[in-house]
Design a protein around this ligand. Structure first.
Ligand code: URA
Length: 205
């Protein structure tokens, strides 16, 4: 498994907006969208391209088109990354993975999984908070069972425990994150983290 952590100044800026407890949902959603542009650029660095001959106003040259990309948003926080993915890759097909975590054990309780056709696709799994790794590992397993071969996970914040679990259970995936944070608290929240991503995106408590 590879973990790539963004070093770009704009990524650090927008992550700080997300971390700040004073940031209200409207600004939080914009910062999540803007940060996701950097995550997508890094995640798709080696995306296969199809080539064709195109004609500029001056002459023929080689043109490039992105190959098939599928995004799977892990509900609900993954929705906060989806707008930027669809904006940058308009041809993307989108699936959803519904998982709720057991607040005592942090283990995932699955309630929904609906992917599009994954054959030959580069699959991006949108799971902003990689805490224990239970939800992300489950979503990756489901994607593999549905035929995914090339998987990159987009995380806003990753914790060492989640990274270690992904390394053990899915050594073949890539993770792109805006930060590798310190640890988890007793309730499995990431520290310093940004709190509950779903609640902060949607104004719930
Ligand atoms: N999920 C969140 O939204 N935040 C955390 O810190 C951990 C899991």
């Amino acid at each position: 498994m590879t973990l790539e952590v963004l070093e770009h100044p704009l990524a650090k800026h927008y992550l700080s907006v997300l971390r700040n407890r004073a940031t209200e949902p409207e600004e939080f959603r914009s910062a999540a969208r803007r940060l996701t542009y950097s995550l997508v650029m890094e995640a798709t660095r080696n995306l296969p391209l199809e080539t064709s001959t195109i004609t500029t106003p001056l002459e023929e040259t080689t043109g490039f088109r992105t190959s098939k990309v599928v995004a799977i948003a892990v509900l609900r926080a993954g929705l906060g990354l989806l707008d930027a993915v669809v904006d940058l890759i308009p041809s993307v097909k989108v699936g959803f993975a519904g998982v709720q975590r057991n607040e005592e054990t942090a283990e995932p309780i699955e309630y929904y999984f609906k992917p599009p056709d994954l054959a030959e696709a580069t699959v991006l799994i949108l799971e902003p908070m990689l805490a224990t790794g239970g939800s992300l590992s489950w979503a990756v397993t489901k994607a593999k069972e549905s035929g995914a071969r090339s998987i990159t996970c987009l995380c806003v914040v990753a914790a060492p425990a989640g990274v270690e679990r992904m390394e053990r259970e899915h050594p073949d995936v890539r993770i792109v994150a805006a930060s590798l944070d310190r640890d988890l608290n007793d309730h499995f929240y990431i520290r310093p983290g940004l709190g509950d991503m779903g609640d902060r995106l949607f104004g719930t408590t």
